[in-house]
Design a protein around this ligand. Sequence first.
Ligand SMILES: [Zn+2]
Length: 393
Amino acid sequence: MRTGDNEYIKELNYKLILDTLRTSGVASRADLSRLTGLTRSTCSVICERMLMQGIIIEIGTTDSTGGRPPTLLQINNRAGAVLGLKIMEDQIAGATVDLGGNIIEKQTLPVSGSRDPELYLTQFEQFVQSLLVRHKKIYPLVPLIGIGIGISGRVSSEGVLMESSILKWRNVPLRNRLEKRFKLPVHIENDVNTFAIGEKYFGSGSEYDNFLCLSVGEGIGLGIIINGNLYNGSHHGAGEIGHTRISFADEAPQCSCGKQGCLEAFISDRALTEMYHKLAGSVVSVDQLINLAKAGDQLALDIFAHMGNYLGTAISSLINILDPQALILGGERTNAAPFFLPSLEQQIAENCIYELAKEVALIVLSPSNDDWIRGVAALAIAEFFSTHNQRRI
Ligand SMILES: [Zn+2]
């Protein structure tokens, strides 16, 4: 065996133990040996190195079946923090998150002029700078180890925003620009993909290898996890279920992507409120539409049932194509789930092939602004865990 191979195996073992500890939460050295298949002595040597690096900590002992009680270990969540950011049309949201996905602090900044990338990014950079300075001042002992950014649109593996139908930007080399400016590793991904990564890393997806994350709200997006990894397609365009054309009618609604008759054009927030306006004559916000449904307004209830029908049909197609273990429904419009879930579930039950509807777990997240934060942060945290083994103390 060459020395290089030896080093490589050491690094793999280091990563294996770190990942095992991260997913199991708390474990003794003996647990780690059993879970990883590595020998006790290999586990002990690696754990000693991690303890010296401060990446793991000892948290007491467990009951012993005889002999010295084993010491329990866990990841030191405050060994580092990442800055998670979400770029939206009219605002930027940012938060510092520790290695365990816990939010340390979050802030938002309203922005103007989103059509002009230069104008927008100037405001963005000032916001990031202020968050970095603030973190350094308040938490000097928790080093910031990276920046994760979620954005709507197609993002290349080099961190270039190739195109975004919401922002109308094209070929903006975000990662390059921000890494030069902030001297930190920057990870950029489509916002719905960050939702899926976050669920895999910290959320209800952690127990599954194959699952789908569907986001409902202003847009309809899909993140796909296959064999434990994000699937983003051959051209970084996977998951655009919202832009599947479902109507060829002349009167089919216009979509934000510029085309006509897309799924999103039928059931996005804008589509639902426009439908109410068309049928009832009054202009409502989506929150008002939900309140109307809560008050028993039949038209509002019918509109959400209609949304459930369309969404359930789309989900059954996804299940028929990909046969996942679970489908996780998230996004801000899960706050209307009581009104659209019955028809959604009925469509899934009726339209899935074989017995798949019974096999696939449907998980509806409670509406929370924090899902995206952990998702975006998971980008940078995942990178930290996968490369930390290459650092030497
Ligand atoms: Zn579209």
